[in-house]
Design a protein around this ligand. Sequence first.
Ligand code: ZN
Length: 347
Amino acid sequence: MKNNIIGIIHPELLKYFISQDEAFKYSCHSKHMVLLKCPICGHIKSMPIDQFTSHGFACPFCSDGVSYPNKFVRNLFKQLGESFECEAKFEWLPNRLYDLYFYQRNTIVEIHGSQHYQGKPNFHLISNRKDWEIDIEKRKYALDNGIVNYIEIDCSKSNLEYIKHSIMHSELPQLFNFSEIDIDWQQCVMAAESSLVKEVWDLWNAGLTNGEILSRVKISKTTLRDYVRRGYEIGICNNLYQPKNNRTKSHIKTNNDNGLYNARPTYVEDDNIYFATYKDVINYYESQGLIMSPSRISVAVNHKSSTRGKYFTPITKREFNNKYDLADISDYQVVGERFDDRFLEVM
Ligand SMILES: [Zn+2]
């Protein structure tokens, strides 16, 4: 009985337990609810022990959506110096993604987490049955379309021993020519336990610009925005927006204040850009090879018509400032400087 104790079998999970006593009281398969704390962000939630053992903690705040087994296996192939594509998509089955695709070897590796196996004995569970059918469909299409090796790895438990065993007993060691001692397994665990979200938070709090963060962490701008918002919600990111002097957007200076008193901010929907002044519009499109004149822009703004194929919508300076402040976490672009408060009163 004693040898099933979670704290003994999985010492790597101890750091999640708020009460260490509980970790040494219950077995891995216990349905007992325990309070657990995310070691990365501090989020606390309660979970049945058996679920925690098989699925891991799955933090709603700092989880990056890449599963533990996926990060584990990705790191293993990184160590082997293999080049591969993650979540690969093929035209012969465009609505499905494959976990790892080794293009030089014409090989696909699928990593099956716990959800793939839970349903198998209970075939009446429609959702799990569907998962299983999808696996068969994916394998068939891959092999019918020129993939030479199609390897599925059982990672139904998110822990080192289980995944290591599955890998070492699969075709992978032979195919990729490695043995157990060639892999730094602890490094796989560390990669699996790390979070892209946490990495983004650290870079953000260190004051890096969006561009700098995106060049280090391979995620989209939308994902970056989502991660920062999550960090802000639990008080880890010190602000939701970057300070003004950290901005990455293109600045085209309008040097004289005179223009700002009667500046007319506009929005160009086709290009999804907010402009502070006509001068910003002219400079921006000139750099794109489009020559515009202030009078033509003015006509286009006032008559809701177009010049050089661009339609302009007038906006207020206050609206422009709002857009400016949110630009770093939005999809649109902003060209020009934020208006000083003294200009806001002027219509
Ligand atoms: Zn967390």
